[in-house]
Design a protein around this ligand. Structure first.
Ligand code: ATP
Ligand code: MG
Length: 397
């Protein structure tokens, strides 16, 4: 923890709150990450100040989640989320909390958090508040619910996904009772908004243990999206060698699920999970490509590039190498580097050229397609005069 110090803007927010008589702590994921010695993605602060009081201290702050007591403070183009201690009771006492009362409030706030490792707070002077044994669980590399696991998953089924995501990201195990509760409460996952599930699955795909998504499936968390009961996907661990790009990871997942018969249609699966249209299109094309025999010659690759675009075909080649071995991506990169033509855009003649030769409508389109196919096969012949004469001669035939 000594190695990681909060950035200046975070310290500034803590100090400003303190100067106005409020107590404020770093809380949640950032404290966990500091203990782990990794730089937090984001810094969260919890405070005794009410949201309107936070807004008084930072007049330019934005009430981003006022219903939950969250205010976003922007300082030097960075932002920090400041959330009022949450408690069921009257907020009036938060103004000038006695220490004892305050500790009670912080503990209440921490008790609402999902896992012990995420339920710690750190005071500006370095005091760690850890009422649920988060530090010890981090030492043991253990993910454990705060309180009774089944109840916590009933309150919010997304926590089951979060448990698995954190296990993948941190390489932690899930405590026995917490895991048993996930098995038991998995059907509750069907009530979650697909976007929330998608985000958790994507974050898990982007870790060093993407096969954890198979664990989610096996536990029944993805039942609504699969056509058969889920299974573990040990072969999907190979996807860890893919770049940390969402498209690569989703495509590889779809391919494995199709091969395992756990989904029957890539488009339907991704649409149900509310992926964006580009990801849906690329993955659907890529999986179709990968379900056929592997392209074996440069013209095969170029025809695919023409039909599906560089991004999709490159991604599919990387997925093929990662999951089945081979050097498809290297072959593809050599083709791309060669500058060979594989699209109309790079064909040495245009539709206008053919119109001048007398081509019209469908015939014109067919001739362009014919010339492109010819050039894909004979890249050195992508020359205007040669193609014009070829088109002219063909027309006479
Ligand atoms: P990350 O590094 O992925 O941001 P994080 O732990 O900071 O991890 P956030 O989603 O940013 O996760 O949430 C911040 C904190 O809010 C968590 O550490 C946890 O204390 C609490 N929290 C977030 N989501 C939940 C939830 N669904 N149930 C209970 N507590 C939650
Ligand atoms: Mg966070």
């Amino acid at each position: 923890m000594e190695n990681i110090t909060p950035p200046k803007h975070v310290l500034q927010v803590l100090r400003s709150l303190k100067a106005r008589g409020y107590v404020a702590y770093l809380v949640g994921g950032c404290v966990r990450d500091m203990v782990l010695g990794v730089h937090p993605n984001d810094w969260d602060i919890c405070t005794s100040a009410l949201p309107e009081q936070v807004l008084e201290v930072f007049p330019h702050a934005r009430p981003t989640g006022i219903r939950h007591g969250t205010v976003t403070v922007d300082i030097n183009s960075r932002h920090v989320e400041v959330t009022t201690f949450r408690s069921e009771g009257d907020y009036a006492d938060h103004r000038h909390p006695s220490t004892v009362h305050f500790v009670g409030e912080l503990t209440t706030d921490l008790s609402r958090r999902d896992f012990t490792m995420n339920a710690m707070a750190l005071s500006p002077d370095g005091l760690l508040l850890d009422p649920y044994g988060g530090l010890e669980d981090i030492r043991r590399r253990c993910i454990r619910c705060v309180g009774e696991a089944p109840k916590r998953f009933e309150e919010d089924a997304l926590r089951m996904f979060r448990a698995l995501r954190f296990s993948a990201r941190l390489d932690f195990f899930i405590a026995e009772d917490t895991l048993a509760a996930i098995s038991q409460k998995a059907p509750l996952a069907s009530s979650l908004a697909a976007e929330r599930v998608r985000d958790e699955v994507e974050k898990t795909l982007l870790t060093k243990k993407p096969e954890t998504v198979g664990r989610m499936a096996q536990l029944g968390l993805l039942d609504v999206f699969l056509t058969k009961p889920g299974k573990e996907l040990p072969e999907f661990s190979a996807a860890a060698s893919l770049p940390k790009k969402a498209l690569d990871r989703w495509m590889a997942l779809c391919l494995v699920l199709i091969r395992r018969g756990l989904i029957s249609d890539t488009r339907d699966f991704l649409t149900a999970l509310k992926l964006d249209s580009r990801t849906i299109r690329c993955c659907t094309d890529g999986v179709a490509l990968l379900s056929q025999p592997k392209p074996s010659t440069p013209p095969d690759w170029k025809r695919l590039l023409c039909r599906m675009g560089v991004d999709t075909v490159s991604c599919a080649a990387r997925c093929l190498d990662a999951l089945d071995g081979g050097s498809s991506y290297r072959e593809l990169k050599a083709i791309l580097k060669s500058g060979d033509c594989f699209t109309m855009k790079h064909l040495a003649v245009t539709g206008d050229d053919l119109a001048e030769l007398g081509f019209r409508g469908r015939e014109l389109g067919e001739m362009l397609a014919f010339l492109l196919d010819y050039v894909i096969e004979y890249p050195a012949n992508n020359r205007r005069e040669l193609l014009l004469s070829l088109a002219g001669n063909t027309e006479e035939l």
